[in-house]
Design a protein around this ligand. Structure first.
Ligand SMILES: [Zn+2]
Length: 137
């Protein structure tokens, strides 16, 4: 067998390997994308339901205030409890919205395009070494 033939075999092997790698990366990315979309959708549902709770809490607070106004005495503790519950709900929504913002930020490997997680020193797909500052950014 001549050298050209070996060169051809080598190229063929390499191409097959690259094709396999590309296919597996694409499957991996598609799965990752689907997972991310599901996580984002789930977060959005949570945010919406929390916002609905906030609307209900506002209504209840308004009713309590009005009751006080018309002389149905409401204890100050009750009002404070409702206000604190609203504070907590607002915090929860802010936290969920922060998470949902993070979900949509995708960092990828410059070599194969696989998603990288913060703290990854190497690409989980192709083994590319990431520089430390970029991995932590
Ligand atoms: Zn990679």
């Amino acid at each position: 067998m001549n050298q050209q033939f070996y060169a051809f075999l080598d190229t063929a092997k390499k191409t097959a390997k690259e094709a396999r790698h590309a296919a597996s990366s694409m499957g991996y990315l598609a799965k990752k994308e689907a997972g991310k979309a599901a996580a984002a959708a789930q977060l959005n549902v949570q945010i919406l339901s929390k916002k609905r709770e906030i609307q209900e809490a506002y209504q209840e607070l308004g009713r309590t205030l009005y009751d006080k106004h018309i002389g149905n005495d409401t204890e100050s503790d009750t009002l404070m409890e409702k206000l604190q519950a609203l504070d907590a709900l607002h915090l929860e929504v802010a936290e969920l919205e922060k998470q949902s913002g993070k979900v949509s930020v995708v960092r990828t490997c410059p070599t194969c395009g696989a998603e990288r997680r913060p703290g990854d020193a190497y690409c989980p797909e192709c083994g590319e070494k990431f520089n430390a500052d970029a991995a932590n950014a």
